[in-house]
Write a protein that binds this ligand. Structure first.
Ligand code: FES
Length: 159
């Protein structure tokens, strides 16, 4: 498996860096994965929440799957990576302390982006705390879904 197919894109603090050398700015503009289901565009708070079983869920990646090198995540910052078609958010709140979350927004399933020191969904403006995935601002009310990771040989891998 080539480096490019294993890890197609890494974004750090809003900047996009492709595993090889190209820059993909489209990754900074998340696209909705689901249509607005109630016609409110998510502006009416909890009434627009999609039940958890209706939001697309990524299949678990096998344990040991490498996501990114720890050094590619700024300490106190965030990054995102796409591995095997799955969009994953990462943060390193303290040096050597790495957390990961699904990038699927818990509001209506849009793609959440790593922006500086938090995770933001541009569809309806939900914001999530990087260290915990907790909601900082709605309309989402549920935290991002965590992904268990560990560090092995300087890389962040699925636990
Ligand atoms: Fe509505 Fe993310 S899908 S805020």
């Amino acid at each position: 498996m080539t480096e490019l197919t294993r890890r197609s894109l890494i974004t750090t603090g809003g900047a996009a860096v492709l595993g090889s050398s190209a820059l993909v700015l489209a990754a900074c503009a998340p696209a909705p994965l689901r249509p607005d289901t109630d016609g409110t565009n998510g502006t009416d708070g909890t009434r627009s929440q999609v039940p958890p079983d209706h939001i697309p869920v990524a299949s678990p990646l096998p344990p040991g799957t490498e996501l990114v090198q720890v050094t590619e995540i700024p300490v106190g910052g965030t990054a995102s990576v796409t591995v095997s078609g799955q969009d994953i958010l990462l943060a390193q709140p303290a040096e050597g302390d790495v957390v990961a979350f699904s990038a699927i927004c818990t509001h209506q399933g849009c793609l959440v982006a790593a922006i500086m020191d938090e995770f933001d969904c541009s569809c309806h403006g939900s914001r999530f705390e990087a260290a915990t995935g907790a909601v900082l601002a709605g309309p989402a009310v549920r935290p991002l879904n965590p992904i268990a990771v560990t560090i092995a040989g300087g890389a962040v891998v699925i636990a």
